[in-house]
Design a protein around this ligand. Structure first.
Ligand code: ADP
Length: 209
């Protein structure tokens, strides 16, 4: 964990631009958040969050990468979970992965949910992150890394996703019952466009102190 810089350190290194924001600065919060660009399967932390589908039986993108790196034990365990609803999250062991556990969450398919109701994609994406954080805390996880849920094949626009995710994460971390539970929350991006969105928007939700 010490090798992964926090937002607090990025502000000191002037790698994040300060912006005007209605959110109160917090050193503690800034030292909890990291934004990185990496292959999530390589992280030696407590848990990683997979962008799964409702079957939980594996797929393409980050889901495929996680299942390949974890080995066949993961799909066997997932098979016993009876799937997962969109917006919910379930935890498993990590098998051959260097982390301890995997949280599988099912993000919204952007266009599909938007056609039902324009508010649904955001409600469901927020729910994915909130439920994943709740499951992590309930299982005594201290560090968690999220793939950029729904921003790949599921088509959620990167900037809109980052706003909803950062706002929901800040709300979660500030809840009195959650304070001190998570040492680190890492947003592990793979694509440049997600990285750019997080770099631009993190200072809005977690401003410099
Ligand atoms: P979804 O179906 O939820 O959109 P995808 O797997 O297509 O899921 O994409 C989710 C995000 O995961 C995308 O931003 C994609 O670039 C990213 N991703 C793909 N492979 C990896 C990986 N090995 N580590 C981290 N993120 C990854």
């Amino acid at each position: 964990l010490a090798e992964i810089p926090t937002v607090g350190r990025l502000f000191q290194a002037k790698q994040l631009a300060p912006v005007t924001t209605p959110f109160a600065p917090s050193k503690t919060l800034n030292n909890t958040i990291s934004i990185i660009r990496n292959d999530i399967t390589k992280l030696k932390i407590d848990c990683i969050v997979n962008a799964a589908n409702e079957s939980l039986l594996g797929g393409g993108g980050v889901d495929g990468a996680i299942h390949r790196a974890a080995g066949p034990g993961l799909v066997r365990e997932c098979d016993g979970l009876d799937g997962c609803d969109t917006g919910d999250a379930k935890i498993t062991s990590a098998y051959e992965l260097p982390c301890k556990s995997v949280i599988h969450t099912v993000g919204p398919i952007y266009e599909f949910e938007y056609r039902k109701d324009s508010c649904r994609p955001e409600q469901l994406l927020r729910s994915c992150y909130r439920r994943s954080l709740e499951v992590a805390v309930a299982n005594d996880m201290r560090s968690i890394a999220f793939a950029a849920i729904s921003t790949g094949v599921y088509g959620y626009p990167s900037g809109q996703a980052a706003k909803a995710v950062l706002d929901e994460t800040r709300k979660f971390l500030e809840m009195p019952s959650n304070i001190g539970k998570l040492e680190r929350v890492i947003f592990c991006n793979f694509e440049e466009r997600d990285m750019e969105a997080y770099k631009a928007l993190t200072p809005v939700y977690f401003p410099p102190t």
